[in-house]
Structures are given as C-alpha cells and as structure tokens.
Design a protein around this ligand. Structure first.
Ligand code: SF4
Length: 97
C-alpha cells in the first residue's frame, strides 16, 4: 500500500495570479523594528508573502496572496499594514483539481 503526501506548496501551485504590476494591494507601513504582530506574519501567512529583510524589517511580496485576510485581521487595525483587495481582474484565481 502506498500513501501519497499532499503538500501545501503543490496545492498553491495550482492557483493562478494576475499581478497588478506596481500596485501592490498590501503595504507594510514603514518601521524601524517590527512589532510582534508584524513579525508573526512571517509565520502565519499561508502563501509565505512576508519575510524579514537584511535590516530586520518585515516586507511583503503580495504577488502570491490568496486574499485569506489573516494578515488583515492581525495587523490592519493597529496600523502595521494597509490592506485592500486587488483591483478587478487582478489577484488570485483559484483552481481546484
Ligand atoms: S491575505 Fe492571507 S495570503 Fe494574503 S498576504 Fe495576508 S495572510 Fe498572506
């Protein structure tokens, strides 16, 4: 009997994204050192859109965002990020199968 392992990366790869070049729909507000909530985004984003740069600041690359809203719930109210949906026609296109 064989078992197959389904990896999240394999599922995410099936999605399609239309990137709105130069108009990211999520922005991290400028900071010297990140808040704990901002740092948490590097762990909780299912699409791995957040990372820490060489200066210890959190950055976002929203191209693969699935619009799940996790980062919005965690950080928008305290002002760490600006979040909006992509313009019509841009963003994620979910595919199943
Ligand atoms: S909305 Fe979800 S997928 Fe998109 S950047 Fe935030 S946590 Fe990641």
């Amino acid at each position: 009997m064989t078992t197959s392992v389904v990896r999240i990366e394999d599922k995410l790869y099936q999605n399609r994204y239309l990137v709105d070049a130069g108009r990211p729909h999520i922005k991290v507000r400028q900071h010297q050192s990140p808040s704990s909530n901002l740092l948490a985004l590097t762990l909780v984003c299912p699409a791995n859109c957040y990372g820490v740069n060489e200066h210890g600041q959190v950055e976002v690359t929203a191209d693969g965002c699935m619009e799940c809203g996790t980062c919005r719930v965690l950080c928008e109210e305290n002002g760490d990020i600006d979040w909006s949906y992509p313009r019509g026609g841009f963003g994620v296109l979910f595919k199943f199968g």
